[in-house]
Structure formats: C-alpha cells, structure tokens
Design a protein around this ligand. Structure first.
Ligand SMILES: NC(=O)c1ccc[n+]([C@@H]2O[C@H](COP(=O)([O-])OP(=O)(O)OC[C@H]3O[C@@H](n4cnc5c(N)ncnc54)[C@H](O)[C@@H]3O)[C@@H](O)[C@H]2O)c1
Ligand SMILES: [Zn+2]
Ligand SMILES: [Zn+2]
Length: 377
C-alpha cells in the first residue's frame, strides 16, 4: 500500500532543521504483513532526542531510514502466526523487539535481546525483513523495528505491547520511550527505595519522566539539574524539591553540603552529554549509585577515578529501555498514570501535524520543548 513516511537520506544536515529539512515526507510503498508481523495504523508518534541523534549523526544508523520509535497505534491486519493481537487492538511500540528465547530475554532483560539488538543495528525487523520502499524501489530501513514517522507501519509482533486502558493516543505514545526509559531507570535500574535522595541530570522528556517516577515511588528528596533554566523551572512545577544549574561554580559542593548529607544516594543522567554524566557521578555519595541513560556519540569517553569507585564503593550502571520488561511495565505505568500518581500528560508540550516534523525537530534541538507528538488523525 502507498503511505506517507518521513525519510532520512543524509545525516549531519545543518540546523535550523526547519530550513534544511532533514526528513523528507514522501509517498512510499509498505508491503503486507508476513509471518509474525502486524500492520499498525500510527495514531501518535513522539519526537525523542534519539531521533535527533540519528539526524545529527551522534547515533549513526544505516540510511535511508524512516525514523520514529515512540508511538501508539491501532492494529489493522495480522500476518500468520500472530495470535496475541487482532484488528482494532490498541498498541504501543517497544523500541527493542524481544524474541523471548535468547538468554537475555529468558533472564528478564529484554532490552538486551540478541536478535532484537542485531536487527536494530542493521535497520531491519527482527526477522531480517524490510517492508518499506521508496518510489525508486530502494529499501528504506526501519528505525528500532518501529519507523513511526509514517501513517502506517509493519512491525514484528515482538515490537508491540497491547494496551487495554483508554488513554488518548498522544499520551499513550509517551509510554513507548520517555516514560518507559525514565521511570524504568529509577525503579528497575537504580532500584530506588522510598526515602532516598535522588539527583536527575538532564530534564527533557526522559529526565522529567524519571522525576515523576521518583516522586511517585517515594523518593525522599529529588534534586534536578539542567543547564537550561526553563527546564529547571518545569521540573520544579512538576514537584522537584531543588533545582540546580550544573554549570555554576561550586554546584557540586553546594549539592553535597547544602542540599544533601554528602551527596545523592542515586544520580541519574538523561542529558546525553559526558559533562552531565561526570556531574552526576561527582554528586553521588559514598556507596551511591549513578545511572546513565543518555546516549552521546559512540566516540566519547568518560574519565572516572577507579580509587573513588573502589574506595567509596560507588556503582555506575547503564540503563537501556529503562531495564524494563515492556509487556509488564507499560501497563503498570499506564495504570499509575490513570490513578493520577504518574501525571505524564504534563510532559506533552505540543501536538504537531505530520508536515511540521522538521520544525518540531528544530524546537527539540534548540531545547525549547519537552515532548512534542505528531498526531496522524
Ligand atoms: N537509554 C535509553 O534507553 C534511552 C531512551 C531514550 C532516550 N535516550 C537518550 O536520553 C537522552 C535524553 O533524551 P530526551 O529525549 O529527554 O532529550 P532532550 O533533548 O529532550 O533533553 C535533554 C536535556 O539535557 C539537557 N542537557 C544537555 N547538556 C547538559 C549538561 N551538560 N548538563 C545538564 N543538562 C544538560 C538539555 O538542556 C535538555 O534539557 C538522549 O541522549 C537520548 O538519546 C536514551
Ligand atoms: Zn526515545
Ligand atoms: Zn531475545
């Protein structure tokens, strides 16, 4: 079938993106779902910094590619072998397909699914297939098995989570990345316990979702840090107890002496910048844990003192997909939202038309928004 999709042909185009238009909306061909595949109508797709990182070359991916990985939609048609979904079901996409059979999947770590990770790196579905072609009959790679900047998508059944809750699509989409990654990093990766002091560095969609997660899970005190003043103000509005500018001189000393007793129990980094991670690590207390979910360019390196790591029994952990089990955690976080304890609707800054996608990416790159969602209906 012919559909409209936003295709990236070239990484590293100059900003402003509303002038250079890195994503080209064009008519492309989407084939029919094969075994274990599902045709989904996309209703809403969020703009995440990880999309931007492919566009600016910080997270290189094989091109051409249809981007978009945070989305919600409706099942239209199921290929053979799909027994857990049917037309009209509402679904959220998971940006790591989980085969269910490899060792990480069997041991509760689907973020590390081996065939899922390999397919994501290659730009295919988990079965190796590519279902998108442009008008010159060139294959268009899939982004993280999803490719949601399009009217429809064909994805593996392993990339979909069925939801039963009647949550509007533009809110539901946020659960696919920002909420899963942010809340999961706090409760699954850091394993925060009630009463702990938590520092969150980087207050975009993912960091602010982590803030909401920490508050709803009983953090004693949540300190937030961002170089952008508006982001700090937004975090305070959402319930953060203290906001700091990490670029201010003595910010670390202030946090350790004035705002905490010797540092945060847990520091989480969602900025995608090495200085932010260094700051997070420096702010944790003896015995504390630093969790990083940001994704700087693969060439970047972090320098830390092994003596501090050892002598102070510090922990440094990476968090991908919020260390979540999406089929378990998305419905759970959605129920928390519905009961008012995880008000993630407050992360939605703006709804966009599909044609406004490059402008939206520029707004995100400029740090002027939290989460923008494209509405397709
Ligand atoms: N690990 C995962 O599974 C996963 C999932 C989604 C996104 N990500 C990554 O998480 C990061 C955040 O994503 P997002 O969509 O929320 O991004 P965003 O652009 O909306 O927010 C990033 C925030 O970090 C702040 N920042 C930048 N440099 C900083 C510094 N040195 N100190 C403090 N704050 C700084 C910015 O001002 C901004 O508010 C990105 O790197 C993204 O690629 C990771
Ligand atoms: Zn994302
Ligand atoms: Zn697997």
């Amino acid at each position: 079938m012919k559909i409209k999709a936003a295709v990236l042909y070239e990484m590293g185009k100059q900003r402003p993106y509303d002038k250079s238009n890195p994503l080209r909306i064009e008519e492309v061909d989407l084939s029919t779902p094969e075994r274990d595949e599902v045709l989904v109508k996309i209703h809403a797709a969020g703009l995440c910094h990880s999309d931007l990182s492919v566009i600016d070359g910080n997270r290189p991916r094989p091109l051409p590619m249809v981007l978009g990985h945070e989305a919600a939609g409706e099942v239209m048609e199921c290929g053979p072998g799909v027994t857990n979904l049917k037309p009209d079901d509402r679904v959220i996409f998971s940006y790591v397909p989980s085969c269910g059979h490899c060792m990480p999947c069997m041991t509760g770590k689907p973020a590390l699914c081996e065939p899922g990770g390999a397919a994501n790196a290659k730009g295919t579905l988990i079965n190796g297939g590519i279902r998108l072609k442009n008008k010159d009959l060139h294959f268009l790679n899939h982004h993280l098995g999803v490719s949601a900047f399009a009217e429809y998508a064909i994805v593996s059944k392993h990339s979909l989570i069925k939801i039963t809750q009647a949550v509007p699509y533009q809110i539901a989409a946020l659960f696919g990345c920002a909420v899963l990654t942010g809340v999961g990093a706090v409760v699954n990766t850091a394993k925060m316990v009630a009463g702990q002091t938590v520092l969150i560095v980087g207050l975009g969609g993912v960091g602010l979702a982590a803030l909401l997660g920490a508050l709803s899970s009983g953090a004693g005190k949540v300190i937030v840090a961002d170089i952008n003043r508006q982001k700090r103000e937004k975090a305070l509005e959402l319930g953060a107890h203290v906001a700091i500018d990490p670029s201010e001189p003595n910010a670390i000393e202030k946090l350790k002496e004035e705002y905490t007793k010797g540092g945060a129990d847990i520091a989480l980094e969602f900025a995608g910048a090495v200085p932010a991670l260094e700051f997070a690590f420096a702010c944790t207390k003896r015995g504390g844990t630093t969790v990083t979910a940001g994704l700087p360019h693969p060439s970047k390196r972090l320098e830390i003192s092994p003596v501090v790591l050892v002598g102070e029994e510090r922990t440094l952990k990476g968090s991908y997909l919020g260390s979540c089990i999406p089929s378990r955690d998305i419905p759970a976080y959605m129920s928390l939202y519905q009961s008012g304890r995880l008000p993630v609707d407050k992360l939605l800054s703006q709804e966009l038309q599909f044609e406004q996608i490059n402008k939206g990416l520029e707004t995100l790159a400029a740090g002027e928004t939290i989460r923008q969602v494209i509405k397709f209906d």
